[in-house]
Design a protein around this ligand. Structure first.
Ligand code: ARG
Length: 587
């Protein structure tokens, strides 16, 4: 958008002065302080330093070659060589007119679309999805939506935990103590119970543990009965996951669980051994530190009592079973072979950071060429805390099921809607409560910097004022209603009128930054940028609405203001949608 046009022209001017300069560092960003302009660039200072030039002199020369007079007031050089751009109201109006004509909504598809695999949600089979799963699911879904909107090719893959030692215990439980009635009414609850009972029995009695081990071996060897039970557990879990994903509006292109990679694991380990990347140790097979990194930065070492000792990436256990790591190695290989991605993003809890560091380094050692072509990124996140400062749980200390949490969100939202809008029919109240309740939970989770822990608070997330989903959804309804009440407008008037009132100008300038916000979210994988952008948009819209009469104004001014309402509503809706949050027309 505008910053891109300015950037292109600035690059051309720099190239005219310094033909050999690396232009990729020449960027135009929104101004940190709008007192000095709308956009700024500090690129010339770094360039001058590199080339041993006087920065102000370089800036003066570049500005002489820089032709942006159709877009900006004369470019100002500030301090040691900052460039400040102040966009002319006419150029702002031109962008508004383009958007009103439907040419864009203040963002454009990426010039160089990338292919990205996003690994997110990835819950474990036979266990309920709990409140913590909202994080990976919500952040991953937002990234999927934003990157898609920007025209990238996105492949979402739900890496279900559908294989592993837990199935030995589950099989013992299923065969010995399955309660069919309970299974019919709450399959996940029943599987969870079976696991708990057998797990406790294993701790008390080694014979049960041995039984579980044998069931697992039989499953892994392809025993028909065990496979059939495992498949049933998978199906029941998948039903539960699907219900939740439907409710959350989340979808995946692929669901290739860990079990999908079973056939490859033996070959992965054999190859790692053959290439000397892994070695045997105490019957197991692992990848060890190469001792090339400082110990503090080496994920294959841990400090025990002041001494650095090996903490290998295990790829085969002493009993012959394979590890989480082995599956993840096979998974990278499969993804590269199948989709040739530029990047693979893993949206997973920060507690798994050591796992991913080991994984990425091991893969780079194993397949250096392939690793050179793909960016592997762990998109980590922190915990959800209760107001007692401990991880968020029920009063009795159990994990909170996601389904129950979403029910409660809708119920609490319904109470508010009933109070504020008693005149609405019940079905409409419920429809609003669904959108508001789910939106509130999702937004609360996307708003903080993802790596911070945050405190779960019903009161805060459901508040109608402040930086919350209900506030944004409410401002959307207002803007949308004004635009609708205003009816059709003559778009050609936008060629004759420019924003003048400070509130009109501020709102217009902010609308223009939608695209660069989406780009920043996509690049840094930070949904909070979009949350804060939308909140500011809502605040600026409401300030505009208080200061500038819309329906009562006349002529071209009325068209401009109606267009602002309409476009603010559209950006709010599109932005919320990119966060995975719905809007409603009445609230
Ligand atoms: N199932 C895992 C868990 O619940 C998360 C998997 C993340 N993805 C991956 N490729 N390791 O902890």
């Amino acid at each position: 958008m505008l910053n891109h046009s300015l950037e292109q022209r600035l690059r051309a001017a720099v190239a005219a002065i310094l033909p050999q300069a690396d232009l990729s560092t020449v960027q135009v960003r929104p101004a940190a302080d709008t007192k000095f302009g709308d956009y700024q660039s500090n690129a010339l200072m770094a360039l001058a330093k590199q080339q041993r030039l006087n920065p102000r002199q370089l800036a003066t020369q570049v500005v002489e070659k820089l032709d942006v007079s159709d877009l900006c007031e004369p470019v100002e050089i500030a301090g040691p060589g900052f460039l400040n751009f102040r966009v002319r109201p006419a150029a702002l109006a031109a962008r508004l007119a383009e958007a009103a004509r439907g040419e864009h909504l203040f963002f454009r598809p990426a010039e160089r679309p990338r292919t990205l695999v996003i690994d997110f949600s990835s819950p474990n089979v036979a266990k309920p999805m709990h409140v913590g799963h909202i994080r990976s699911t919500g952040i991953g879904d937002c990234l999927q939506r934003v990157l898609q909107l920007l025209g990238h090719r996105v492949i979402s893959d739900n890496h279900l935990g559908d294989w592993g030692t837990q199935f030995g215990k589950l099989l013992v439980g299923w065969k010995g103590q399955l309660d069919r009635t309970a299974l019919a009414s709450d399959p996940i609850g029943e599987m969870e119970r079976l696991y708990r009972v057998v797990n406790a029995a294993c701790e008390a009695d080694p014979a049960v543990l041995e039984q579980a081990r044998q069931e697992l071996v039989r499953l892994q060897a392809g025993d028909a009965e065990n496979l059939a039970i495992w498949k049933e557990m998978l199906r029941l879990s998948q039903d539960q996951f699907d219900t939740l994903y439907r409710r959350l509006g989340v979808s995946f292109d692929h669901t290739l669980g860990e079990s999908f990679y079973n056939p490859q694991l033996g070959a992965v380990v054999a190859d790692l051994l053959a290439r000397g990347i892994a070695r045997e140790s105490e019957g197991a097979v692992g990848v060890f530190s190469e001792r090339t990194l400082p110990p503090k930065e080496d994920p294959f070492l841990v400090n025990r009592d002041g001494e650095w000792i090996d903490d290998p990436a295990l790829v085969r256990k002493s009993d012959g079973g394979f590890n989480y790591m082995t599956t993840d190695l096979a998974t990278i290989e499969h993804r590269i072979r199948t989709w040739s991605p530029d990047e693979i993003l893993y949206v997973v809890d920060d507690r798994q950071a050591p796992h991913f560091r080991k994984l990425f380094l091991t893969f780079a050692r194993w397949q250096p060429e392939a690793a050179g072509r793909v960016g592997l990124r762990h998109i980590g996140f922190g915990k959800i805390m209760g107001d007692d400062g401990r991880p968020f749980r029920t009063r009795s200390g159990d994990t909170i099921r996601l389904a129950a949490l979403l029910d409660e969100a809708e119920e609490r939202a319904l109470a508010v809607v009933r109070e504020k809008r008693p005149e609405l029919p019940e079905s409409e109240q419920a429809a609003i409560a669904r959108v508001v309740g789910l939106g509130a939970v999702k937004y609360q989770d996307l708003l903080p910097n993802r790596q911070s822990d945050y405190v779960f608070s019903w009161d805060k997330m459901l508040a109608l004022t402040g930086n919350t989903a209900p506030y944004l959804q409410y401002q959307f309804t207002r803007a949308h209603k004004v635009a609708r009440d205003g009816g059709a407008y003559d778009i050609t008037a936008l060629d004759r009128v420019v924003p003048e009132d400070p509130a009109e100008l501020a709102l217009t300038r902010h609308l223009l930054n939608f695209g660069l916000t989406l780009e920043a979210v996509g690049e840094e994988c930070r949904p909070n940028y979009l949350c804060n952008y939308l909140y500011e948009l809502a605040v600026l819209y409401s300030r505009f609405y208080e200061n500038c009469p819309v329906l009562k104004s006349e002529g071209d001014r009325r068209v401009l203001r109606l267009a602002l309402c309409d476009l603010a509503a559209r950006v709010l809706r599109q932005g919320l949608n990119a966060l995975g949050i719905e809007t409603t027309e009445v609230m």
